[in-house]
Design a binder for this molecule. Sequence first.
Ligand SMILES: Nc1nc2c(ncn2[C@@H]2O[C@H](COP(=O)(O)OP(=O)(O)OP(=O)(O)O)[C@@H](O)[C@H]2O)c(=O)[nH]1
Ligand SMILES: [Mg+2]
Length: 333
Amino acid sequence: MSKVSDSTLVIIPTYNEVENLPLIVGRVRKSTPQVDILVVDDSSPDGTGEKADEMAAADENINVLHRETKDGLLGAYIRGFEWAQEKGYEVVVQMDADGSHAPEQLHLLLEQIDDGADLVIGSRYVEGGKVVNWPKQRYLLSKGGNLYISLALTGDIKDMTAGYRAIRREVLETIDVHELSKKGYIFQTEFAFRAIQQDFDVREVPITFTERELGESKLDASFAGESLVEVTKWGIEHRLSQLKDVTSYATSLAGYELKHSKLAEAPKDIRRVFKQVTGMVSEGAKLAKYEVQHSSLADVPGKVQEGAQQVTGMVSEGGKLLDYEVKHARGEV
Ligand SMILES: Nc1nc2c(ncn2[C@@H]2O[C@H](COP(=O)(O)OP(=O)(O)OP(=O)(O)O)[C@@H](O)[C@H]2O)c(=O)[nH]1
Ligand SMILES: [Mg+2]
């Protein structure tokens, strides 16, 4: 019997991934031979595009698009999505070239698609999900950021920023990808949020995310600041009436946790991180406050509880981050 996922295109955007590309493509071909691959290269100076052409010439399942200049990840994906739609693929997959998204786990995403999901996110932060080779600070910021996003958007999805995804054609036909924010990688979050708003069946599967070993990063991990402000705006637009009673929880918990953290002993250079964490917490509190002022009296007690738990989690992640920073600054870790 044929499955939806038999018609899948894996899009791999590349910029200077000449060492990684043959490895990742080889792994996809080996683990999931039924899918096709599209490399979207932005004229990488290191010759990734030529390498991709060589591979495409030797294997009809591999295709390449060349863009003239480096124009960001969203732009590369938009080109890939349009190509997939022209060719009539039922499912597209987003996969980084650097090995962070294991092709050996692709079947986990595709199985959910075949089970009826519209968007499947390979998640680091659901039970069973893992991150390998990340400094603790980056892990905590990412996890804290995602907790915040879940809270702000009152979603059940734990890893809204993740980039390993399988998407059904219908979702791409519904969401206008040209309207997504071009700031950093925030489009990933916005896309998932819109899919949820459109009542698509959005699911997570646990994956093991492995930090790149070869080649250079294209983006620093500075999503914390700008992106969270963006997310807060959507959250407010979305009118999260469920959050109204969370305000007092959020503010008192944040106050308590931060007072009891190791901040008093903290040397100056952790201030930066502290600011990021307090920024996160205070954005959360502001959002909650706004909601109290603007929502109707209709209440959803279960959701309030859940929201409070998320805030607690976020704040305690912040506390852990501070502890780590203090130890790090003292040379204990
Ligand atoms: N075509 C294209 N690909 C890009 C662009 N920017 C990033 N990529 C690719 O997008 C994927 C994700 O980029 P990474 O550099 O791994 O970003 P990251 O995962 O945040 O950073 P690291 O933690 O260092 O891996 C990789 O396959 C990149 O080669 C771009 O402007 N154009
Ligand atoms: Mg990467």
